[in-house]
Ligand binder design. Structure first.
Ligand code: PEP
Ligand code: MG
Length: 766
């Protein structure tokens, strides 16, 4: 809204009497909602109330049902016999037109409307004027609310506004199941609630069935109607000030000229948009709570903007959603998105994208599936989701707009699809698949106690990747030999301040205690990139994956790294300690890091703490430059672990978090395999123990190839142990080695298909 129209809107403000009536209606509505009765009874009361308060001859409520049908759900003034009988398609008649365009319509003589559709069963021939408004929620039309008058009359702005506000209250109640049970709605389905299938890419296998929680839309508003608009305006003012302060703080830590800063500045401008703010204030003045007013403006704007295909405008819609949620959080005085929000016990989280820490904000015991509009196999949120053993489907276009909170959903991670409001036959098929999977699980459980050797007798150590204490019991369940990668940063990411030495010591000691006799390899803090610490303000980077991360931060902030090393040494008192450094790019960096370990060993002894029996220090091979320094590096290290996620990222110069690139390069390709073979050969020559802990290790076909190249230790997420061990026990390593040699000269994009065919021909269980 520009300044001129904003002033006009203010001048057109309804008179006092109208405001009082409007508020009275809202207060009466609130009583109906709070009172007893079924959904249908409440809806009947609501239409009677609206008709009486707005002095209308008719008030009717149509609700969206299956096949884009609007069904007359309740009426006063039309024939009661038409209730649940009269149905209009979206676009049919004036009511259908309101739904189709998501716009209110006020007609002094409805018969002159080109879409007028006469329905004799309703008995509406006696009524000339009609005012109808869409019932909107989440940017979609859920129904239409209509009043009619026998006499020909013009409807005023105030009446339109009142009916819109009431429609919003009805929408919230519809969605919450308070008015018409969600069960009833979804049984019959409707345009907005039709079952649908979303395709994407599989980021973690498995099947889950549960209820949707939208990462952007999780705030449920309890009070729609305000007692005192002035109090609400004050609350709004305070929340806005808080929100501006938070955005300014973000801006202050953002480098000038970065793209991120531009985005934040646009966002800040959008947050100050006078049109947006005045529409919210106006909605508050009509008697809504500040929260309800913010949602009403969002609904209204979304419904209008949704019909526009322009990508710029659609991007602004996301800003609007983001801003709305931010403002709602400030109104609720909440710190994080999940603070105090009721979550279903079988939660399927739907998000555009989210950080690993944000994922961990949700109650893990309730989280059973994840659907992302973006995301790729090696993004950290996916790695965390994999550690939690939940199926993930990524790159699901427009998922947030196509799912409603609490919708029933099925996430099929194996087939990269998501079912929203699934039909009975799909639910049946999925239940069958879940039974089959449980059977497969039982089969994998059988290999648990069997030796981890190939069919031709080659032993391969199977280790686990972990990062949370909840992962530790898997060490026992899966029969893995130890923990090949303990990602220490995950506990740092879920805390609100930097854990001190004592806190870290307790945590690492707990990990070692839970691991029992099995070895654990701790990786020092690998933050930066997409792994942000909430309390650690870095500067904005143009290329975070190439930026100030992992050991680079550790060496530049040695006090931080030393504290971690001190805690690790104390925790491992009386037993061996293995630690490794991530992202080492040159021998000198390793030497500098190693020196800090030696200093801390001396410090621990001098301070009188019992020492570990042995300290092994290793390096992750993740940066290709290290491949060219192996002969000088290997004599200095106790072991090597290949971080194939980052190695592939830097080898192919692709951002591992960018969904557009996630399938562009294949790790089963000649250059990646040549790099891996080089590491194997050099480590064999130098007799340095070698393992691989990237996502490749956990996929049977990739693991098969790695073993064929010469890897004898692989570290993977817990659910991969069964499938990889099953593959290993069916594998003839000698034959595979020969076959791989024959691929040495191959220059194709990928050798995946050939390896798959090899596995099939040789009955290898991949
Ligand atoms: C890797 O890069 O392969 C690795 C295991 O580390 P992360 O995925 O945590 O970066
Ligand atoms: Mg890495």
């Amino acid at each position: 809204m520009n300044e001129a129209s904003e002033t006009a809107a203010l001048e057109e403000r309804p008179p006092k009497e109208y405001e009082n009536n409007h508020r009275r209606l809202l207060a009466l509505l609130r009583d109906v909602m709070a009172g007893l009765g079924t959904g249908q009874q409440r809806l009947d009361k609501i239409v009677r109330l609206i008709a009486a308060e707005m002095k209308a001859d008719v008030c009717s409520c149509y609700i969206m049902r299956s096949g884009d049908m609007l069904e007359l759900f309740a009426t006063v003034g039309l024939n009661q016999a038409a209730v649940h009988k009269t149905r209009l398609r979206v676009g049919e008649g004036v009511v259908g037109d309101i739904a189709g365009r998501a716009r209110s319509i006020a007609l002094a003589n409805a018969r002159t409307h080109p879409n007028f559709a006469y329905r004799p069963e309703t008995g509406e021939d006696d009524f000339r004027s009609l005012l109808g408004v869409p019932i909107l929620r989440g940017g979609r039309v859920r129904g239409v609310l209509v009043i009619q008058h026998a006499a020909q009359r013009q409807y005023g702005e105030d009446e339109v506004e009142t009916l819109q506000t009431v429609a919003m209250v009805v929408a919230e109640l519809l969605a919450g199941g308070t008015l018409v049970g969600r069960q009833e709605l979804s049984n019959v389905g409707d345009a907005a609630l039709l079952p649908s299938r979303l395709g994407g890419v599989s980021l973690n296998g498995g099947l889950a069935i549960g209820q949707a929680v939208l990462h952007r839309h999780q705030l449920t508003i309890r009070d729609m109607v305000a007692d005192d608009p002035n109090v609400e305006l004050d609350r709004l003012r305070t929340a806005l000030a808080g929100m501006y302060g938070a955005i300014d703080a973000l801006l202050a830590t953002t480098a000038d000229g970065s793209e991120h800063r531009d985005i934040l500045e646009t966002y800040r401008m959008f947050a100050e948009d006078r049109g947006w703010l005045s529409r919210i204030r106006e909605a508050v003045k009509t008697g809504l709570t500040a929260e309800a007013a913010v949602i009403q403006v969002q609904n209204d704007t979304r419904a209008r903007m949704n019909q526009i295909a322009d990508p710029y405008i659609r991007e602004r819609l996301l800003d609007l959603d983001d801003l709305t949620n931010r403002l709602l959080r400030h109104l609720a005085g909440k710190r994080s998105a999940t603070d105090g929000v009721a979550m279903p016990d079988d939660m399927i989280l739907v998000a555009r994208t989210l950080g690993p820490a944000e994922l961990l904000d949700y109650d893990r015991s309730k989280l059973c599936g994840l659907v992302l509009e973006e995301g790729s196999a090696t993004s950290h949120v996916v790695i965390v989701a994999r550690a939690l053993n939940i199926p993930v489907v990524g790159q699901c276009t427009d998922a947030l707009n196509r799912v409603d909170p609490f919708d029933q959903m099925i996430v099929d991670g194996d087939n990269a699809q998501v079912f929203v409001r699934p039909s009975e036959d799909i639910k049946y098929t999925v239940a069958e698949s879940m039974r089959m999977m449980a059977m497969r699980e039982r089969l994998f459980a059988r290999v648990r106690g069997l030796p981890s050797v190939s069919h031709d007798g080659v032993p391969v150590s199977i280790q686990l990747n972990c990062g949370l204490l909840i992962d530790l019991p898997h060490l026992e369940d899966s029969g893995a030999d130890g923990i090949g990668l303990y990602r220490t940063e995950i506990p740092f990411m879920i805390r609100s301040s930097y854990p001190d030495v004592a806190t870290q010591t307790v945590l690492y000691a707990k990990v070692l205690e839970m691991a029992g006799d099995k070895p654990v390899v701790f990786r020092t803090l690998d933050v930066g990139g997409d792994k942000k610490l909430p309390y650690f303000a870095g500067h904005e980077e143009a290329n975070p994956a190439l930026g100030w991360r992992a050991i680079r931060i550790g060496l530049d902030r040695p006090a931080m790294l030393r504290k971690q090393l001190r805690a690790l040494l104390r925790a491992a008192a009386g037993r061996p300690l293995s630690l490794m450094f991530p992202m080492i790019a040159e021998v000198a960096e390793f030497q500098a890091a190693r020196k800090l370990v030696d200093m801390e060993i001396a410090h621990t002894a001098a301070a009188g703490y019992p020492s570990p029996t042995k300290v092994r220090v290793g390096v992750m091979v993740e940066v290709p430059a290290l491949l060219l320094q192996l002969p000088s590096l290997l004599p200095l290290v106790d072991f090597i672990s290949v971080g194939s996620n980052d190695l592939a990222q830097y080898l192919f110069a692709y951002d591992r978090g960018d969904p557009r690139l996630s399938n562009r390069y294949d790790p089963l390709s000649p250059p990646m395999l040549a790099a891996l073979r080089l590491v194997v050969d050099e480590c064999e020559k130098a007799r340095v123990p070698l393992s691989l802990c990237g996502e490749m290790a956990g996929k049977p076909l990739e693991a098969m190839t790695l073993i064929g190249i010469g890897f004898r230790s692989l570290s993977m997420s817990p659910p991969s142990v069964g499938p990889v061990k099953t593959m290993l026990r069916s594998l003839d390593v000698g034959r595979l080695r020969e076959y791989l040699l024959s691929l040495n000269k191959c220059s194709s994009h990928s050798v995946r298909d050939r390896l798959r065919a090899f596995a099939k021909d040789h009955s290898i269980l991949i």
